[in-house]
Design a protein around this ligand. Structure first.
Ligand code: ZN
Length: 117
């Protein structure tokens, strides 16, 4: 992902509008690019500040809030990755299970003489 693309996703990220694929790419970029991270911090700070005015809450650890938000996002991506891996594993397992059953069945048929062996 380029900085240009990442910058475009800053506001959607804060608003929670990114797709999972976008979110993964965005987090990867933010972790490695100081400029875009700063950009995100600025927008996030402004966003949190406005919300504070609306809600009238007192002092608030904005930097900590961004860290928390990023951590939640990372966990979401991590969980999705685990689910995908699990699904792949189950699919692979099912494939082999079916294949083994088929081979055993063929052997049984072979032993019974159904295959003309
Ligand atoms: Zn960047």
């Amino acid at each position: 992902m380029t900085c240009r693309e990442a910058e475009r996703l800053v506001m959607p990220y804060i608003n929670g509008e990114l797709t999972d694929a976008e979110l993964a790419e965005f987090l990867k970029h933010i972790d490695t690019c100081e400029d875009c991270r700063e950009e995100l911090e600025i927008y996030f700070t402004v966003d949190v500040g406005i919300r504070q005015l609306d809600e009238g809450t007192g002092t608030y650890n904005i930097k900590g809030a961004l860290e928390t938000a990023l951590e939640i996002s990372r966990q979401r991506i991590h969980t999705l990755y685990l689910l995908q891996t699990a699904r792949y594993a189950v699919n692979t397992l099912c494939f082999w299970a079916v294949l083994v059953v088929l081979i055993l069945q063929l052997r049984i048929w072979g032993q019974l003489g159904f295959l003309g062996l």
